[in-house]
Design a protein around this ligand. Structure first.
Ligand code: CP
Ligand code: NVA
Length: 306
């Protein structure tokens, strides 16, 4: 693997290898075992959107692996003033060993990989958030002891999280059901990809407008903000449209008795999820957030190590 841009590009085996490495690195980190897998390597981190978890986990992860990271806010680099992706990719390839980029247009990430000569990691685009879903799969495995055969239900906006969940779940043989309102469904190509993968890994992809139907028998219930970064002007409209998609106690109770609740964070309590669910005993949101660190270390070690 040279890049991590979409989980759809990964084989099932590559995803399992990343998860196994993430769990090994986590265990070793707890045991105080130090690694220098990326000694002498530099990662540039381009952000054109805000971040807490992605920035901090990549930065700390790079440090823990013996390398260094550079935070490159688009406000401060020439990309933000109109320098092309082509020039940026070629120039940064002369200094760095890898770039993690968080931005709006997914095509910009593909272009960085096309024109640059170094590893590119997708730290979120409007379309996908693969690093988050790796951490999610790790968290599910740690809580449920397996992935294949489980059912994950996502309730809410068809966005970068649900699109990457479609890829990730079907690659590892998990059933996935998604409930979104009309007009706010997942990306069509991602759905198509997931359905094709599901045929090979013998799992199912169900899309509906009905949250109760989707959540039935789920082992994992996931939601995300109704207003992703860049959609702030649509906030009032979205709050109206998504009104009946809140994950509350009543909806969560329709999943399995031992179902866990997940959210990539940041969360907007009272909108996509109630306090009672997100702060309840079956919420694993902070394990999920922690696993960003371990999953990201696995990604960097896989795509950037010699
Ligand atoms: N979940 C996630 O990517 O969080 P940040 O936006 O804080 O990086
Ligand atoms: N869907 C959210 C995820 C944030 C991590 C967004 O794109 O803003």
């Amino acid at each position: 693997m040279k890049h991590l841009i979409s989980l759809n590009d990964c084989t099932t085996e590559e995803i399992h290898n990343l998860l196994n490495l993430a769990m090994k690195l986590k265990k070793e980190n707890y045991a105080g075992i130090k690694h220098h897998i990326l000694k002498g390597k530099s990662l540039g981190m381009i952000f054109t959107k805000s971040s807490t978890r992605t920035r901090v986990s990549f930065e700390v992860g790079m440090y823990q692996l013996g390398g260094q990271s550079l935070f490159l806010s688009s406000n401060d680099i020439q990309l933000g003033r109109g320098e092309t992706i082509y020039d940026t990719a070629n120039v940064l390839s002369r200094y760095l060993d890898g770039i993690m980029i968080r931005t709006f247009d997914h095509q910009d990430v593909l272009d960085l990989a096309k024109y640059g000569q170094i590893s590119i990691i997708n730290g979120l685009t409007d379309l996908l958030h693969p690093c988050q879903i790796l951490a999610d799969l790790q968290t599910i495995y740690e809580h449920k002891g397996k992935l294949e055969g489980l059912k994950l239900c996502y309730v809410g906006d068809g966005n970068n999280i649900s699109n990457s969940l479609l890829h990730g779940c079907t690659k590892v043989g998990m059933d996935i059901s998604i409930a979104s309102p009309k007009g706010y469904e997942c990306d069509e190509e991602c759905v198509e990809n997931a359905k094709n993968t599901a045929k090979k890994t013998s799992c199912s992809v169900v899309l509906t407008e009905n949250p109760e139907e989707a959540v039935k028998n789920a082992d994992i219930v996931v939601t995300d903000t109704w207003v992703s970064m860049g959609q702030e002007s649509e906030k009032q409209e979205r709050i109206k449209v998504f009104g009946s998609y809140t994950v509350d106690d009543k909806l969560f109770a329709m999943a399995k008795d031992d179902a866990i609740f997940m959210h990539c964070l940041p969360a907007y309590r009272g909108y996509e999820v109630t306090d009672s669910v997100i702060d309840g005993p079956r919420s694993v949101i902070f394990d999920e957030a922690e696993n960003r660190l371990h999953a990201q270390k696995a990604v960097m070690a896989t795509v950037m190590a010699d």
